[in-house]
Ligand binder design. Structure first.
Ligand code: HEC
Length: 459
């Protein structure tokens, strides 16, 4: 283990990554992946019909999409690299090694995508003759393909982190890319991007056209049909994905608790997809048949639902992967599964580059305990902020001074009953030091007799 330890006390490391990554996905899927093909379709439709009104509409929408994708979208994309490299450099390091050529390709595709976005937006007005206009539509189509390809490459890595599949044996890039969750997840994300793009563009139409603009109902109808057309694929993709996950997880799950919690998560997930699909289906049908009937605020409901669902989907994906950051290979605290026995025998401190002490002893218990906490718990817990470990222990052992042995016992067996946590990667002396450190952070128990008196006095 050779990394400095980054720790965000209030928000927690997990939340930092989650916020950045979820904002990124919420922009990437509906806008970069979904909206560019839809906008290109609007542009092409205008060209085919010989009606400049479509072109004008598409241009106004592409402006919004261009601004958002190249600012918040691009920044949060880089932000994922920054935050994950800070919090889990070991995991990023492994992923870079496994997916070296995949990531290399992704980088080329991404650079091309950015170039194409620039070209598509900046040449829009200049490419005015029919011949150039056709070329412009072709740029839009290529951009759409590249945006999808970027996602398609990244999804391979996301699937891999959940189920590393045959890679565990053969260590080949091919097995890593085509992990068991890859195609099902791609089959869900692709139509989902298109469908949320439909809702987004639909919403935009209300802002970029006047109420009595004749293009408005016609555009609403086209976009409603687009949204409706992707819906069955969303459902099929979700079902395929849903079926692929439990089988993969059951292989890791040896305790019923996880399976139960897991199936509840998924039951809810599927239910919410069901509601969202139903609401959107009804709205899109109305939009296709009577495009003037729906006011703009009515669109907020399916839009918010589907965006929330996408965020939730990412959260579930992250949660069910626990205790691993890379399935069966590396725990979320950065310990490789194969290195665990060594750490449990020798302790983790002798192997940690950035630790004030190299061994836990009775004399340095507090310092060593803090280092052990940073190394083995801090990726997921704080001691005063989000997912605060002190409050967790309070819930378990109450507010009376905690029993040292009970804490040591918990630490050494925590993975057995709470399978979302990795096994403690340290030896007996380090578990004891960690317990000492945690006990030092326990808030003093309320004085039983004095507290009510103070309360009464204050009243
Ligand atoms: C992979 C991330 C991860 C790591 C690493 C991790 N935990 Fe946890 N831990 C969790 C999650 C998630 C929960 C459940 C949070 C909740 O209540 O929703 C949890 C819950 C707990 C609880 C409460 C258990 C209960 O049944 O109420 C304690 C105590 C705890 N962790 C201690 C630790 C200690 C000590 C370490 C380090 C040795 C550690 N955890 C490492 C993720 C982790």
């Amino acid at each position: 283990m050779d990394f400095p330890i980054f720790h965000l006390e209030f928000l927690g490391n997990r939340m930092l990554i989650a916020i950045t990554a979820i904002i990124h996905v919420l922009i990437n899927h509906p806008l970069a992946v979904g909206a560019y093909p839809l906008i290109t379709l609007l542009e092409w439709w205008g060209l085919r019909k010989g009606e400049p009104a479509w072109d004008k509409l598409a241009y106004r929408i592409v402006f919004i999409v261009f601004i958002i994708t190249t600012t918040v979208g691009a920044l949060t994309g880089v932000g994922i690299w920054l935050t994950t490299s800070l919090v889990a450099p070991f995991a990023i390091g492994s992923l870079l090694r496994v997916f070296f050529w995949g990531w290399f390709a992704e980088w080329l595709v991404f650079i091309s995508e950015v170039g194409l976005i620039m070209a598509y937006y900046l040449t829009w007005k200049r490419f005015a003759t029919p011949r150039l206009k056709r070329l412009h539509v072709a740029i839009g189509a290529t951009l759409s393909a590249f945006s999808w390809l970027t996602m398609a490459l990244i999804v391979a890595i996301l699937g891999f982190m959940m189920n590393s599949g045959a890679w565990t044996q053969d260590k080949s890039l091919w097995s890593a890319m085509f992990n068991p969750l890859y195609l099902p997840q791609l089959a869900f994300r692709t139509p989902y991007s298109m469908f949320t793009a439909g809702l987004f563009v639909w919403f935009c139409i209300f802002f970029v056209t006047k109420r009595d603009d004749p293009i408005r109902p016609r555009a609403v109808r086209l976009v409603a049909i687009w949204t409706l057309a992707w819906l069955p694929l969303v459902v099929l993709g979700a079902l395929w994905y849903w079926r692929s996950v439990p089988a993969a997880m059951q292989a890791n799950a040896n305790v019923a608790l996880l399976t139960q919690a897991f199936s509840q998560w998924h039951g809810m997930f599927i239910k919410i997809i069901g509601y969202t699909v139903a609401v959107v289906a009804v709205m899109a049908l109305i939009g296709a048949v009577r495009p003037r009937a729906l006011p703009r605020y009515a669109l907020l409901v399916p839009f918010v639902l589907s965006i929330w669902l996408l965020g939730h989907f990412e959260r579930v994906r992250e949660f069910i992967r626990k205790p691993y950051v890379i399935a069966d290979y590396m725990y979320a605290n950065g310990v490789r599964v194969s290195a665990l026995p060594v750490y449990q025998r020798d302790g983790i401190l002798p192997y940690a580059t950035y630790s004030a002490v190299k061994q836990a002893t009775a004399a340095n218990a507090l310092v060593a305990g803090h280092e052990v906490f940073m190394l083995t718990c801090s990726r997921c817990h704080t001691t005063a902020g989000m997912n605060n470990v002190i409050t967790k222990f309070e819930h378990l052992y109450g507010r009376e001074p905690w029993d040292h042995e009970a804490l040591v016992g918990f630490i050494q067996g925590m993975h057995l009953t709470r399978t979302y946590m990795p096994p403690f990667p340290g030896n007996e002396a380090e578990a004891s030091a960690l317990a000492t450190y945690l006990r030092s952070l326990q808030p003093p128990a309320p004085a039983v007799s004095a507290a009510p008196a103070v309360l009464t006095a204050n009243r």
